[in-house]
Structure formats: C-alpha cells, structure tokens
Design a protein around this ligand. Structure first.
Ligand SMILES: *Cc1c(COP(=O)(O)O)cnc(C)c1O
Length: 940
C-alpha cells in the first residue's frame, strides 16, 4: 500500500469520478485536456521544484519544530500590539469553527444573517466606544486604516492645501504607511511634535494618536478646534480599551477615528491578522471606504441585515475609486465584537481599570526606585528615562523573558495589558534595578480626560456573559449562515476550496499566536524560516524571483506591485510614465490600486469573444507610448478563459517601455502548468485566501503577496519600522503582514508538493469544464477559449432567459438557496450572468447536485416563461423560502408549498432554512442604519 497522500483528501473527485468527468468533457486524460486548454506559448512543461509532499502528521511535526524555534516572551512593547486573553469559548467556536471561518463575504445577505449580525455588533462597539456616528465592518490594520482616514480627509476637506499633519507621537509604523500612501498622491506629510511645534497655517487634515505611542494621553480639544478653523479634518487613532475610561474622540468634535481592535481577544500573531477599524462623524458616512453593514427589511417587512450601499460596491468605482479595500478582516472583527459581547461594558471597564492600575503601579515603583518616568497622563504605557542605559535595561528584561520597547539610548517604553501580572512588574523593576514596590499607586485619570458617557448599552452587550449563553449565541448565529461546511460555494474568481483542518490547527499554537511583530529577532527564528520557505515556494510556483508576504489582501498586493513599477521607472529617469492600461473586464480593485499609485487609468476594450481587444490595445499603446507605465491584466481572464493573445500582449507593452502586471487571483488555473513570471509578466499579486487555502472568514483575513522579477525586487515593501530609512514603501503596519495565518499556505504547499498542486489545477479546470458541459444546453456559456474549453470557471449567461421570461440572475441566485447552495458570483464581470468556479475540492456528487439544481431551475424558469406560473408570484420570484413562510396558515401562491419548500432533490430533513426572506436592498440604502437596531424593531 502506498502512504496516504494529503492531495487525495484535498481533491474531491477520485480517479473514477475523474474518468467520468473526462468522458463528459471529451478527453482521455487531464494532461490531454490541459494541453488543449492552455495556449502552448505560455505552457510550462517542467516539474515544480518543491519538497516531496509530506503527510498531515509529518507536516504538523515540521511546523511544530518551526514553532519551537520561536520564543514566546511576555510582551510589554506596546505600539499598537498587546497581549490579550482570547476567551476560550470564542477561540473554539469562532476562530476554530468552520461555520465561521469558511463563510464567504456576505454578498448574499439572506444566508449571511449570522455574520452580518456579528459585524453589526462590531460596528456598534466601535461607534459607541469612539463616540462617532458610523463605523465600517473592518479595515486591514491600524496603519492602513489611518491611511484611508487621510484620503477620506482629503476628499472631505474644503482646504486646498496638500499638507497632512501627523503628530510625532503616532505609532512609527502608522507614520510609515501614511507616508507611503501619501507620496504617489502628492500629499505632503508633515510630522510635527505638537507639544512644542505650531500647526502650519494651512493643511487639510490632522492625525493624532490617543494615547500616544509614548503612552501620553493629551487633551486634544484645542488642536481639533484649530484644525477645523482652517477647514481641516481631524483623525484620532484611538485605543478602544482606553476609550472605556477616556473621553472618546467623538465628544470633542473629531471627524474620524481609526485604529485596531487587536487587543479585544485577537492574538498578536507576529503582526496580524487583526481587524482595523474606521469610524466617522455623521455627514461622512457615504464617503466611508470598506464594507458597511446596514439594517434593511425582508419581503415580509421584518428587519434584516445586509451590506449597505453594496450595489455601487461603495468605493471601488474604477478610475473614480477612492479606496481599493475589498477583502477586509471579517473573522477577526467577529472575534473582537464577540469579545465585547462576552465581557460587556462592565467587563471591558474592569479589564481597562486593571490594565491602568498595573501601569500606575509600575510607574510608582520605578519612581520610588529613583527612575524618572515621564510626568504625563497615561493609560497603559509609561516611558522611563535611564540616561545611556536603555539598551542595558531592555536586555536585562529580556533575560527575565519580558520584552520592553527600546525608544532610544536613554528611554524605555513599557506597556501593560490584560495579561500583565504582578510577577511581570517585578521582572521589570528588577531589570531597572529598583526594588519591588507594594505601596499605593495613584490610578485616577485627570478629570478633563475621563469618560463620563455610557457605552454598549444595547442588550446584546448585556445578555451573553455566561459561557452557556455565549456558546448558544454563537451557535445560533452560525446556524443562520451557509458556509463551506454545509455545501459548495461555487463563486467565480474567489476559489472557495477546502481549508483543511490540518492547515488551520497551527494558527492557534502559542508559538505562532503570541509573538509581537517587533519582538527581537532572536525570538522569531522559526517564523522567519517558515516565511522564507513559503516565499521561496511561491516564487517557484509563479516563476518570479522575489516575493513579499507583507500585503494583507490582494488589493494591497496590487498597490505594492504598482508602487514597485512606479519606483522602477523613476529609478531609470522615467518617472513621468504614469499611464496604466486596464481591460474593461478587470476587477474593480485594479483601477482603484492604479489611482492610489498615482497612475492614470486608460481602459482597453474587450472583443466579442471577451478577450482583450488587441486592436484597441495597439491604439492605446500608440496614444500613450511615451507615458506608458504598465498594463494590468488578469490571467486567465476574469471571463474564465486562457486568452491566446497574452504573450503578444506582454511583448507589445514591453516594446513600448511599459511593465506587465498580471493579477494572480486566478492562479488556481495555472499552478504547475504555467508561470506568469516566465510568460512575460513582471509582477503579480497572489491571493493566498483563494489559491492557497487561507479560509475566506466571511470576507477576510487574506494575504496578498506580491511577486516580482529581479529588476523590481529592490522596490518590494520594506520594514514599516524602518521604511523611511531604506526607501521602500510600507504597505502594511507589520513587516510580514498577517504572519499569523501563513502556516496555512505553508502547510498546503508542503502537503501537496509538485504532484498534488499540479493535479489540483488539472481537476479544477476539469470540474469547470464538466459544469460547462452539463449546463451548456440549459444556459449558454458566455466565453470559451481553445477548442471551446474554459479555464477554472465559467460564465453562465442568463440574459437571454431574463429577456424572454423576466426571471433575473437575482431570482436564480435566491432560488439556489432553496436547493441548498450558495449562489455563484453574480453579475461580475458581466452584468446579468453567473460565474461558476467549482474548484478541485468538490467531488462529483456535489458537482452533479449543483448541475441538477441548475437544470431544475431552468425547468422552473420555463414554467414562468410559458405562463404556467405568473411572473410576479412563482418559486423563483419568491425565493428564498423560509420555514415561517411555507408553514404559515395561509398559502396564497399558485404553486404547492412543497415546491417552494422542497424543490427537486432536496431532502426535507437536511434542508437549510434561511432566517429571512428576500431583502430589500434599496430600502436599506435610503434609510441607512449601521448599528444594532433596538429589540423592539424585531417585534411583530
Ligand atoms: C479577489 C480579487 C481581487 C482582490 O483581492 P482581495 O484579496 O479581495 O483584495 C483582485 N482581482 C481579482 C481578479 C480578484 O478575484
């Protein structure tokens, strides 16, 4: 017997399934199919140079060894990353629960009410604590949230000044990210020590940190007024735990708050992932980037949650884009929100008070021992001055397993948190050489800075404090939702494949979870080795020379890649090259990223077959030859086709002096068969949350590494702690971005090996062609390439049936819920179509169940078309059906209840019931409500 291969677990179809699928598609082998599908000009015929695939136990043992090379120390470094106790009930039932982590972004709100409610809790938590009107459902981290706040201020300010003022006591990594985002936009960042320096006469925005990086808590009212007087907006990067005790920014007229929710139960993870937040005062809500959960109503008039302003995807409006954020940090936002639900306002206040008390005792002890401590108001962080001895003190603390912050040669920063104990204080005192202190410490905060207002008054924050109640609340919400643990999520472009349990397990190991991003290198050897291996494997898979895992979503990888192109041109004296060609079929983030990189977007059309129109491309290149910076194309295209013109497209752009960016979101159709870095591209981002098995988490986390050929390698992201020094951009707040989830793609690559990865690609392409072959006669497949084959996804064109019968893509998507499926991608990249991506992980039985459902739906559409069922009252227009609806005493519809409830092939006992009927989107947009509605709203 051969050893068990992980690939056989990851890949759904077995060899028998494979044979039957090949037969339906008309090929004898996967190799033959791939030879026909992939244009020979880009085909790569080698074998990936990766280690032999490891079994699940072997891979975990290797990860254990890597984890063992990290040292978990007590972190008192602070700087936006703090120790926190993840409540076990949240760790196991959210972070480690596939019902939460395998869900997709809640674009189909009827099957996403659980995570939408959890996100609404998060938004309510942020608005209550900051004192502002509206918060979105998470940003990627504090640094990027602060950068988005800057561009929001730019759009909203009436000042024409290009100057953005940043207080010097801001987190250094935030200053680095702000600087990197400002430069291509022509924004002039001025870092000023506002304790001693004056504000300039004109500026459009002001960024303050509260408490400051040094720990100091300042009265900001005067600065806010001064900024408003010149038409500037003010952002405060506020610590939410501190805001339980400190007066919130909203109460002194601040316009925007930005920050992180990491210390609300989300482990540090060597930098991420954690949910950043962004909140705005009233009047700015429609300018807010990111995803916003709102309250609307369903077909029965009951309250129901949905993503607000979704139809215009808010901010990603191609060349008019204001932000490129797409994937956010949903799973972590759910955790942080649940932390607030579990502890409630009193619990949070108690945690904050205890943290504050520890810091106060620490300071008192240092002072009693003759150490000078900055004489300022503080919450959890103190800065001590030990002339010339700072490094020595930090080293002495490290010997006691405690990490402190080395501010400079004379100063040490010490930060307390929820996990701080008296023993930790004793270790710090010992490191400073002062005696143990057990006197009284003054814990009172200055009256002017104290919070008087209440917060988290909604019942949800007062009802789930016992573990039993919390467990049941989490279970109830999870039961509302459809995730991969229920069935297939055939979302084109999103690659909803297996997220194997073995890949997930290491994420919560302490040696990965509890590492501060600025921990000394001597403590992070295991992490760095794992990351170096992962980067090398990704380089091998893509054919590039260098990879950076810093970007924490695909969109951020795009920005990093375009900034590298920009810097490359500038380094060759061609800084004027600023035109970015983007095909009309591109994902919205592409154009948005180009705008953020300071480029001008020029759209290239598509021809009748959906391919990039090479004639139009020639014309656009001609017109912009002297200014051409780059082209951004997705390969295979967003139409799910291996375009044959790709090699000549690359050549044309290179001949004109431009660089080629290949959006790697569709890499699942290439791995093992073609390498973008070899077929003419200069740079790509990958989506590790698509191709490489990081779960979608309901809309995040993600990792979007940027991969480049050698000539762009000098321009990859730098260390945000040192970005100003080495001249590279800071894309995320932490050097390795969302390092805490990198064990997932590491394990996937390690266990699949060259053979497994290559077979996965082949089966993914086979599955898409199988679905296309089975459904083609019922719904036309919009685009195809060589020999009528698609790549790893196919677009079903519903426009003809919609035209003939009035049944819309929406109706079909919602009816699929009754059949027990998540809808495919709707109306992207072509309005009125569904894009299906089955992935390699779905077995033949599930693929057939989906095809059977689509065929049955086609028969239902025909009954509407023939007039048997009226257009406005049929199983499609009324979908999805809820249990309440089909069990109601009255049934006024012209089709049997059973047809609504249990369509063909659906077993009554296993049926998934959505908790609400179809949701009225327009109503929610007109009546924007983005925090928890009162319980009365749910009464009949
Ligand atoms: C998903 C996707 C992106 C954006 O990636 P995020 O991780 O969501 O930021 C970009 N381009 C394409 C084609 C995609 O499918």
């Amino acid at each position: 017997m051969t050893a068990e291969q992980f690939a056989d677990r990851h890949i759904g179809p077995d060899r028998d399934d494979e044979r039957r699928m090949l037969q339906a598609v008309g090929y004898d082998s996967i190799d033959e199919l791939m030879d026909a599908a992939i244009p020979e000009v880009i085909r790569w015929h080698g074998t990936l140079d990766l280690p032999e695939p490891a079994g699940e136990r072997e891979a975990l043992a290797e990860l254990r060894a890597l984890a063992g090379a990290n040292t978990v120390a007590v972190s008192m470094i602070g700087l936006g990353y703090h120790g926190t106790h993840t409540p076990a009930v949240i760790r196991r039932n959210v972070l480690e629960n596939p019902a939460w982590y395998t869900a997709y972004t809640p674009y189909q709100p009827e099957i996403s009410q659980g995570r939408l409610e959890a996100l609404l809790n998060f938004q309510t938590m942020v608005t209550d604590l900051t004192g502002l009107a509206t918060a979105n459902a998470s940003m990627l981290d504090e640094g990027t949230a602060a950068a988005e706040a800057m561009t929001l201020a730019r759009r909203a300010s009436r000042s024409k000044s290009p100057v953005y003022v940043v207080d010097a006591d801001t987190l250094p990594q935030t200053i680095a990210v702000i600087g990197s985002r400002a430069e291509p936009l022509g924004i002039e960042v001025r870092v000023l020590d506002l304790d001693v320096e004056e504000l300039p006469a004109e500026f459009f925005g002001l960024h303050l940190q509260y408490p400051g990086a040094s720990g100091a808590v300042r009265e900001h009212r005067g600065l806010v007024q001064a900024a408003h007087a010149v038409g500037a907006l003010v952002t405060v990067a506020a610590d939410l735990l501190a805001l339980t005790l400190l007066r919130p920014p909203g109460e002194i007229g601040v316009d925007i708050a930005a920050g992180t929710t990491q210390r609300f139960g989300v482990p540090m993870g060597f930098g991420g992932p954690h949910a950043g937040y962004l909140a705005v005062r009233s009047g700015l809500e429609r300018m807010l980037p990111g995803r916003l959960v709102g309250v609307s109503r369903d077909a029965d008039g009951n309250p129901a949650y949905r993503l607000a302003l979704q139809t215009r995807e808010q901010h990603i409006r191609r060349e008019k884009a204001t932000s490129n954020i797409c994937t956010a940090q949903v799973l972590l936002a759910v955790m942080a929100g649940m932390y607030a639900v579990y502890h409630g306002p009193d619990g949070l206040r108690a945690i904050a008070r205890r943290t504050r008390e520890m810091a106060a005792r620490l300071a008192a002890g240092l002072r009693a021992g003759g150490v000078s401590v900055a004489d300022v108001a503080f919450f959890d962080t103190v800065t001590a001055t030990v002339p010339g001895r700072a490094a020595e003190v930090v080293a002495a603390a490290a010997q006691r397993n405690v990490n402190l912050r080395l501010v400079d040669a004379d100063r040490v920063g010490i930060s307390c948190d929820e996990t701080t104990t008296v023993a930790h204080l004793q270790a710090v005192w010992a490191a400073f050489g002062v005696p143990v202190f057990d006197g009284d410490a003054d814990v009172a905060l200055p009256a002017a800075l104290r919070r008087e207002s209440d917060f988290l008054t909604h019942p949800v924050f007062r009802s789930h404090h016992s573990e039993t109640a919390m467990l049941r609340y989490l279970r109830r919400l999870a039961d509302f939702d459809y995730a991969l643990d229920r069935g297939m999520i055939p979302l084109g472009s999103c690659t909803m494949k297996l997220n194997a349990t073995t890949e997930m397990e290491p994420v919560t190991w302490p040696e990965f979870a509890h590492i501060h991003p600025f921990a000394p290198e001597s403590q992070t050897a295991g992490y760095r080795e794992m990351i170096a291996q992962l980067e090398a494997w990704l380089a091998e898979v893509t054919g590039y020379d260098a990879v950076s895992v810093q970007p924490n979503a695909g969109s951020q990888g795009e920005l990093a890649g375009l900034l590298a192109i920009r810097a490359y041109h500038a380094s060759r004296g061609a800084g004027h090259r600023d035109v970015c060609l983007i095909p009309s079929s591109a994902h919205g983030t592409n154009a948005a990223s180009a705008v953020m990189a300071g480029m001008r977007v020029v759209v290239v059309g598509c021809d009748a077959d959906g391919n990039v129109d090479l004639v139009d491309l020639d014309a656009k290149i001609d017109k912009h030859r002297d200014d051409l910076a780059a082209i951004m194309v997705t390969y295979p295209s967003t139409h799910g086709v291996y375009e044959t013109g790709i090699a000549s497209l690359c050549a044309k752009v290179h001949d004109a002096g431009g660089q080629v960016y290949v959006d790697g979101a569709n890499l699942n159709a290439l791995v093992g068969f073609a390498k973008p870095g070899r077929f003419g591209a200069d740079v790509s981002h990958l989506n590790l949350h698509k191709t490489f098995c990081i779960p979608h988490g309901g809309g995040g986390p993600g990792v979007g590494p940027v991969a480049v050929r050698a000539h762009l390698a000098p321009f990859l992201p730098g260390d945000p702690g040192a970005a100003h020094v080495d001249g590279r951009p800071a894309i995320s707040a932490a050097k390795y971005g969302s390092a805490g989830i990198l064990p997932i793609p590491w394990a996937y690559l390690r266990m699949m090996g060259a053979s497994g990865l290559t077979r996965a690609t082949g089966v993914a392409v086979l599955a898409a062609n199988y679905v296309a072959a089975r459904l083609r006669e019922h719904f036309p497949v919009l685009y195809a390439g060589n020999k009528g084959l698609v790549a790893h996804e196919c677009i079903l064109d519903l426009r003809p049936v919609t035209k003939a019968t009035g049944v819309s893509v929406d109706d079909v998507a919602k009816r699929l819920i009754d059949y027990g499926f998540h809808a495919p991608t709707m109306s992207f990249p072509v309005a009125g179509t569904l894009m299906v991506e089955p992935t390699e992980s779905e077995d033949l039985a599930e693929l057939d169940r989906f095809c059977d459902a689509m065929i049955a739906i086609r028969a239902e559409i025909d009954k509407v078309g023939s007039g048997e069922w009226p257009a406005g009252d049929n199983p499609l227009s009324n979908a999805p059906h809820t249990a309440a609806m089909v069990s109601a005493d009255e049934w006024p519809h012209p089709y049997p209840r059973s047809v609504g409830a249990y369509p063909a092939g659906v077993r009554p006992a296993g049926r998934y019931w959505p908790p609400v009927r179809r949701i009225d989107g327009a109503y929610g947009d007109r009546n924007l409500v983005c925090s928890c509605p009162s319980p009365e709203a749910f009464e009949d």
